[in-house]
Ligand binder design. Sequence first.
Ligand code: ZN
Length: 329
Amino acid sequence: MTDPTPTPGIHHVTCIAGDPQRNMDFWTETLGLRLVKRSINQDDPGTYHFFFADAEGTPGTSMTFFPWESMRQGKVGSGQVSRTAFRVPEGSLEFWEDRFDEFGVEYDERVERFGEVVLPFRDPDGLPVELVEVEIPDDDPTVPWTEFVPAEYAIRGFHSVTLWLADPDRTIEVLEAMGLEKVGTEQAEGDTPGDERTRFAAAGPVGKYVDVLPTIQGGRQGHGTVHHVAFQTPTDEDQAATREAIQSLGLRPTNQIDRHWFRSVYVREFNGVLFELATSGPGYTSDEPLSDLGGRLVLPGTFEDRREEIEAQLTDVTVPRAESMEAGD
Ligand code: ZN
């Protein structure tokens, strides 16, 4: 068997939120991401599925949420993605600290990690998030969305996820099977429970890193926790080869599932983190033009036939719009 094509990096991260309006307001207006898809949880159609991304929904930029209002508050712990980090341009953290002060967002002191500056904060559900200053090249694949945040400070897709794991070695085998390579290890600082952070790098420029920290600190799923992390397997062939590689380690990945904007394989890895492999296509513009992304509730496939029933179950939400954009087109 030939080795699968290494993953270019993270495709999306999906999290659990509480109040849908509060979630919408924070991730669009406060953080400046674009709502690129307003849909439903395809396994639980009475719940929204929001997708926040860059201007074009580029793979490696979408943070998605299930606002499960009835669920309890979660706790970050072992067997979870403990931190999700985004790239911001060099020199922009001062802007973000000022913005967080203005909007009442809880944030911590900056920390330095592998030579980069990191600003940790929490979203309104207590989800731990970080901004990391990086040099954004001119030919970067991400496209800033500038409705609420100027381009020079805008979030430019994922930087990394941090995994908290009871037995990191087994998960490292899975990361390596997907083509990530070890970068190095350094002493963990700040709010992390383990004493060593080991970094792995994927092949592409966005969503490039996975950090691993050993801990047995218990957690539970709920508001403010990550549900799963998806990695890019651009084509069906890439995905099939990666699926086979992780299956050969003894894991039990699902068959391919059509998620309408991408095709997915899910696997719970050895320490309990839910991984997904997602294709690049057909993408978020497959059912809405780029200019209208997120403009309406999209019900994929046969869910459209049940629109009236589904809409009646969903809480009404208003998508924040910047005044300058309301006035124009
Ligand atoms: Zn997913």
